[in-house]
Design a protein around this ligand. Structure first.
Ligand code: ADP
Ligand code: MG
Length: 579
């Protein structure tokens, strides 16, 4: 029930459009009733062979209602689809606005395919909220009341009987269908989500699945889910068909009941036989308004299930939020000093702290390397610097202000990250660079690409800047992708640079060349270089050796080598693999 109210509240901004579309829906059914009523009158009265003048009004009525019905139906469809599309647009924006602050802390635990289903299929099924669920009951109430009045003019007790029958058909049958359909509705929504998730997972991981010989079993899973979806759909249709059959039965049974009660009234002289014909056909036509209700009831359970899934996203609290009174950040930012005090962080759901008791002082414009074996907590520090999460204890000061004082947008403008995971989007080279700075002109792009030593690569591409770099940029080599990412960082021009294993996965020659470019990138910025490969360490002002979340050594390259500890071990192990 709470969800239903909440779903209805979504439609509230469109109240005017809802009213207009509903009024047109009522007018359409009213025309249908009018058509049946006047036609019944015309045929019944004509049988008595009156003068044609007496039938004139009815003839005009039949024409009016016949044409009016078509026109109103058209306008009603137009209005309700317009409303639906507006609603869909609004829902999508809401969903995206709610989702964005959840990334990445909350979205990490969600399957991307599941999110996709929520964003597309569930939101889409909610768009029908108006057409399928909200409008039919409104139209039915208006039509029932109007027809009740009309029949009341013949005889009050007839109106009472009609309204009772109309209510039973309009509430009883849909309620029964709702009960029968709830489980199926929930199941349908779940199966559809599972199928979509399995297909997306299968496509994303196709290469790995095939390599592991799992292609057939994946196909089998998809087949199984498709079959289940078909079966669920079948069950849902069966319930819906049952509703339609019950409704047709109720309609005709009602006409019978009205007939049985009204015939003695004709005998008693309350109204004539022509009136009886009109009465029966009007009552029958009025039932058109309750016909869509069983389907509405069945859709309601689907919509509620979809609504719950969408609200789960809308309600999730972001891991971090903008401060109430954010620090003002002027246009040009000078390299900030970074201080870390007693920093401790444990990932939600994890027992071991990823970082513990971290102390750090990095003066403005200096270069710090954080080294250590994998799993030491190095990337975690980068995530905390970007405020993907807030620390469990302690704090990070950027230019002497706690991170949480900055607006997230500002923070992510000040701190630029280059990591081993770079997302390149389906699009051209230019699109992928513009992402960093949509307003950048061609000259700025050329300059950034030039400094990232990417220009020769771009010019060698078949269509230069307009070369399509495929889904996730798979058509570029590792080194080229990294250079593109560097050009992006250059465009954003961050004052604090965080390099998280930027050379992972590159061959030693490419690595050395990339490090040269990176050293230029560090000029005039405060830099934190995170790495487990001890390359170019001489150029760093400070080195922090991290192991299992704790600082175990600190100093510069020369001092650390002399210490003969973990740093030296890492260094020697690496020299061994290189020689
Ligand atoms: P590094 O970058 O030094 O290799 P990380 O900072 O990525 O290490 O990870 C530090 C520890 O935190 C590891 O034990 C890792 O398993 C854990 N960890 C990393 N990311 C998450 C996460 N999203 N949720 C839970 N634990 C995580
Ligand atoms: Mg890492």
């Amino acid at each position: 029930m709470r969800e239903l109210l909440r779903l209805l509240r979504l439609v509230r901004p469109f109240a005017g459009q809802v009213a207009a579309a509903t009024a047109l829906g009522v007018a359409t059914v009213a025309c249908g009733i009018g058509l049946m009523g006047t036609a019944a009158f015309l045929i019944a009265a004509a049988a008595l062979q009156p003068s044609i003048a007496e039938l004139q009004v009815a003839i005009v009525g039949v024409r009016f209602f016949g044409i009016g019905r078509g026109i109103f139906r058209y306008l009603e469809r137009l209005a309700s689809h317009r409303l639906t599309l507006h609603l869909l647009g609004r829902l999508r924006v809401w969903f995206y606005e709610a989702l964005e602050p959840l990334a990445p802390a909350r979205t990490l635990s969600m399957r991307s395919a599941d999110l996709l289903t929520r964003a597309v299929a569930d939101v889409e099924s909610l768009q029908e909220l108006y057409i399928r669920v909200l409008a039919p009951p409104l139209v039915a109430v208006a039509v029932g009341a109007g027809t009740g009045f009309f029949i009341g003019a013949f005889h009050l007790s007839l109106a009472v009987v009609f309204l009772c029958l109309f209510t039973v058909a309009g509430i009883g049958i849909p309620a029964g269908i709702h009960v029968l359909g709830t489980r199926i509705g929930n199941r349908l929504t779940r199966t559809r989500a599972d199928l979509a998730a399995t297909i997306v997972d299968g496509i994303q991981g196709m290469a790995d699945l095939l390599a592991c010989g799992q292609g057939a079993s994946q196909r089998h899973r998809v087949e199984e889910l498709s079959l289940r979806l078909v079966r669920d759909r079948e069950r849902a249709s069966r319930v819906e068909a049952l509703g339609t059959a019950a409704m047709t039965f109720a309609t005709h049974a009602s006409v019978w009941i009205v007939l049985v009660i009204a015939i003695p009234m004709v005998r008693a002289g309350f109204f004539d036989g022509v009136g009886l014909a009109v009465l029966c056909l009007v009552a029958m036509a009025a039932f058109e308004a309750v016909q869509p209700l069983p389907a509405a009831a069945r859709h309601l359970s689907e919509q509620l299930a979809a609504g719950r899934r969408v609200f789960a996203i809308l309600d999730a609290r972001p891991a971090v939020e903008d401060p109430a009174r954010p620090a003002t950040v002027s246009g040009d930012i000078s390299p900030p000093a970074v201080k870390v005090r007693g920093l401790e962080f444990t990932y939600p759901g994890s027992e071991e702290p990823a970082l513990a008791g971290l102390e750090l002082e990095l003066p403005a414009g200096c270069r710090l390397a954080i080294v250590g074996p994998s799993g030491a907590g190095k990337s975690t520090l980068a995530h905390l610097l970007l405020r993907f999460w807030d620390p469990t204890a302690g704090e990070i000061l950027l230019a002497d202000r706690p991170l949480s004082d900055y607006r997230l947008d500002d923070l992510r403008r000040i701190v630029g990250v280059l990591s081993q995971h770079i997302d390149l989007f389906t699009g051209t080279v230019r699109d992928n660079l513009l992402l960093a700075s949509p307003a950048a002109d061609a000259a700025a792009l050329e300059e950034a690409a030039g400094r990232a030593e990417l220009l020769s690569t771009i010019h060698a591409l078949p269509e230069g800047w307009d070369t399509w770099i495929g889904e996730r940029g798979l058509e570029l080599s590792g080194g080229q992708r990294q250079r593109l990412a560097i050009a992006r960082v250059l465009l954003r021009d961050p004052a604090l640079l965080v390099l998280d294993e930027p050379t992972t996965g590159l061959d030693p020659v490419t690595e050395t060349r990339l490090m040269r470019t990176l050293r230029q990138l560090m000029e005039g910025r405060t830099t934190i270089l995170i790495t487990h490969r001890l390359v170019a360490m001489e150029a760093m002002d400070q080195i922090l050796v991290l192991d299992r979340g704790r600082v175990v050594e600190r100093g510069n390259h020369g001092q650390l080598l002399k210490l003969d500890g973990l740093y030296r071990q890492l260094y020697e192990a690496q020299q061994l693999t290189l020689s």
